[in-house]
Design a protein around this ligand. Structure first.
Ligand code: NZQ
Ligand code: ZN
Length: 405
């Protein structure tokens, strides 16, 4: 096992009604001297699932208001319109507003895009330099003061609620990338599974696959020997496959939806990353597809994973064999060799992706001739993972993209 440091500073409150029960106490804890509060959200889904109303009701009961006097430090500053795949430009607009209004706490209400954008706003608002350049591009140490961030999750997928990661897209350079700083972990996360019930089926499928992807990206990396992180990952993968099927069959199944929500956090609170080299090459390949075409993150991953694994499985054969046996329940007795068994495990993953109604080709997610022509440039722009069983070349990434068409 590799040496590691593990931290997860976020306070989590999970369950129906948790915003009304816990938000006031958390606001007092993280903005003890008052100060204006910024509320970040997306295109409006928060106003249809109850989360926005719950947050407002709690803040208003504490004396905060939208009309309040900013100088008195009791004002609610709204920052809506955070788009999926949030852009650097939108983040900078938010940071400017937060700085202008002297915001003491940011509350992000939404999915990964809103959480990520708000986490980055909190960093940039108090920073004199260019946070994108210094942290996202150069990975410098983050030592300056930041605005605390609380999140109210409405879409389980990224696990952004419990990690220090924030993914931004620089539209000018066409680079979409993440950085994970423990300093960027939200101060608190409120997770009410009822909010997630209004997610459109397409988002529910995409987000749930993203969760499985995070576990696989971590599991399929060194070490190959038995280790506790992989033992946990296998249980989480079996569980998310079970809950995914249940939620597709009955989107109102609150047990399945609750399980999915918490699995998203367990996959990304870094516990399954302990001692692991961590791959995330499928994410690197997807992020650049998204930087060029704005495609959906979870759907892009669903298309890429089986093709990617057929390329690299020989380099991590024992882990792919374990995956076939322990996650998909395949028996070695039915296969002539480890390679056959490993490939059958990848086939089982591909069949599952189809079964739950996810896209299986880039054409399914809207790629046509124009996007096909862009593939060499996109492949060339991808980061190469240093934690993979075998590093890909840019030529091989292009091959994988073309196989996915
Ligand atoms: O904008 P609104 O109206 O809120 O609608 C959103 C959005 O259109 C909607 N939605 C969210 N909750 C809903 C809902 N609709 C109805 N009912 C609800 N309860 O869902 C749409 C997608 O939301 P978004 O936040 O974009 O999705 P997701 O959570 O998948 O986040 C995707 C972003 O996170 C990045 C991705 O690359 C992408 O930019 N990632 C962040 C990671 C992290 N911070 O750790 C890791 C991931 O691997 C990922 O890269
Ligand atoms: Zn992801």
């Amino acid at each position: 096992m590799e040496a590691f440091r593990w931290e997860c500073a976020t306070k989590v409150r999970f369950g129906q009604g948790c915003v009304r029960e816990y938000l006031a106490g958390l606001v007092k804890e993280f903005a003890p001297e008052g100060g204006n509060i910024m509320i970040g959200y997306g295109g409006g889904s928060v106003k249809r699932n109850g989360s926005y109303d719950d947050v407002m009701a709690v803040l208003e009961s504490m004396g905060y208001s939208r009309e309040g006097n900013a100088a008195e430090g009791r004002m609610i500053v709204e920052f809506p319109g955070i788009m999926s795949n949030p852009t650097l430009r939108r983040m900078r607009e938010g940071a400017e507003l937060a700085s202008l209004m002297d915001v003491a706490l940011i509350i992000a209400i939404g999915g990964g895009s809103v959480m990520d954008c708000c986490k980055a706003i909190a960093v940039q608002a108090k920073y004199k330099g260019d946070a994108w350049e210094d942290f996202w591009m150069q990975g410098k140490p983050m030592t300056h003061e930041r605005i605390p961030v609380g999140v109210v999750v409405t879409m389980p997928a990224t696990g952004s609620e419990v990690n220090g990661c924030a993914v931004l897209t620089n539209e000018e350079t066409k680079i979409k990338t993440d950085r994970d700083y423990s300093e960027m972990n939200p101060a608190f996360a409120l997770m009410d599974p009822v909010y997630t019930l209004t997610m459109p089926p397409r988002q529910m499928r995409a987000g749930t696959f993203d969760i499985l992807s995070h576990i696989m990206e971590t599991y399929f990396s060194f070490p190959l020997e038995d280790n506790p992180a992989d033992d946990v990952s296998e249980g989480l993968m079996r569980g998310i496959i079970r809950d995914f099927r249940a939620a597709v069959a009955d989107p109102g199944d609150i047990t399945a939806r609750s399980n999915i929500m918490w699995t998203a956090s367990l996959a990304e609170n870094r516990i399954i990353k302990t001692g692991k080299s961590k791959d995330f090459e499928a994410h690197n390949m997807e992020h650049q597809l998204s930087a060029y075409t704005d495609c959906n993150h979870g759907e892009g991953l669903a298309v890429l994973h089986p093709a990617y694994y057929r390329h690299i499985y020989k380099a991590g054969l024992p882990k792919f064999v374990r995956f076939a046996e322990r996650v998909w329940g395949l028996s070695p007795a039915d296969y002539g060799s480890d390679e056959e068994l490993a490939l059958a495990g990848i086939d089982a993953l591909a069949a599952f992706i189809k079964e739950v109604g996810l896209p299986t080709t880039l054409r399914d997610i809207g790629f046509g001739e124009e996007e096909f022509e862009m593939l060499p440039e996109i492949a060339d722009s991808c980061f190469i993972s240093s934690g993979a069983f075998r590093p890909l070349t840019k030529e091989e990434i292009l091959e994988i993209y073309r196989e996915c068409m």
